[in-house]
Design a protein around this ligand. Structure first.
Ligand code: SF4
Ligand code: SF4
Length: 250
């Protein structure tokens, strides 16, 4: 997740209403079944070995009053100590009890939106959703964005528009994060896939920032999610169990 900056204007009650408007699942498939075999049986985005959720303290305040699912994250190595050391005073790192104990209504905004972030152009226009590229080799959903539900896209966009309207620092965070995306993909010499505000595929040419409509062949398929053979080999290496339908959405 990108680091947060400066003073927040968001209150616990704001998050309560944002949660109400952001309940749609990413797709009708349980994607955790696809990535968990690569990750010791736990969905990749639900274990702090992979992703440490960083939230505003106001969001944690709300959650604390609703559930005992979440607690303050304790760093366990150099990298996680760095994450915590770089937090601003209004933010904190938290962890939940894990995938088996998930409470849908008490997921953070970050949980609800994963693996997507709001993508903003150089002109600071919120044109759609990009994916957290560091997870692309472990997150099955990032190679299957064609099955993302329209309701999810609409709720994601509405949630972030509301967040941006209330807190300009959140907006700036994603302006900067989108610029990082362009730098990374530019270095990789790869185009950035986005889902536009109505779920359509958009492709960003990262060095110019120009956007075109994507075609079917442009949907990303990243190893090991690019073939059944690669997927099965990766699960074998991780000593996991292949889902009965294999790689395909089911
Ligand atoms: S969003 Fe990605 S990492 Fe999270 S459960 Fe689905 S496939 Fe796994
Ligand atoms: S609350 Fe649920 S979705 Fe969020 S990290 Fe925990 S198990 Fe995953």
């Amino acid at each position: 997740m990108p680091p947060k900056t400066e003073e927040p204007s968001l209150k616990p009650a704001d998050f309560a209403s944002l949660y109400e408007g952001f309940k749609a699942p990413v797709s009708r498939f349980d994607c955790g079944r696809k990535c968990a075999p690569l990750n010791g049986g736990e969905p990749v985005c639900c274990s702090t070995q992979n992703a440490v959720p960083v939230v505003f303290k106001a969001e944690f305040e709300l959650l604390k009053g609703r559930t005992d699912l979440w607690k303050k994250f304790k760093p366990y190595d150099y990298a996680t100590k760095q994450i915590v050391a770089e937090l601003t005073h209004d933010c904190m790192a938290i962890e939940c009890k894990g995938g088996r104990f998930c409470e849908r209504d008490n997921r953070t905004i970050a949980c609800r939106g994963f693996p997507f972030y709001p993508y903003l152009t150089r002109q600071k226009e919120f044109v759609g959703m990009g994916t957290y590229w560091v997870f692309e080799d472990r997150c099955w959903m990032m190679s299957n964005i064609e099955i993302v539900d329209r309701a999810f896209v609409e709720q994601f966009v509405a949630t972030y528009e509301a967040l941006f309207a209330k807190d300009p620092t959140e907006f700036k965070t994603y302006v900067d994060f989108s610029a990082s995306a362009r730098r990374v993909y530019s270095r990789w010499k790869r185009e950035i896939p986005l889902l536009g505000r109505t779920g359509e595929l958009l492709i960003v040419e990262p060095s110019s920032g120009e956007i075109r409509k994507g075609k079917k062949k442009d949907y990303p398929k990243i190893a090991p999610f690019d073939s059944e053979k690669n997927y099965r080999a990766a699960i074998k290496e991780a000593e996991g169990e292949v889902p009965k339908e294999g790689l395909r959405a089911a």
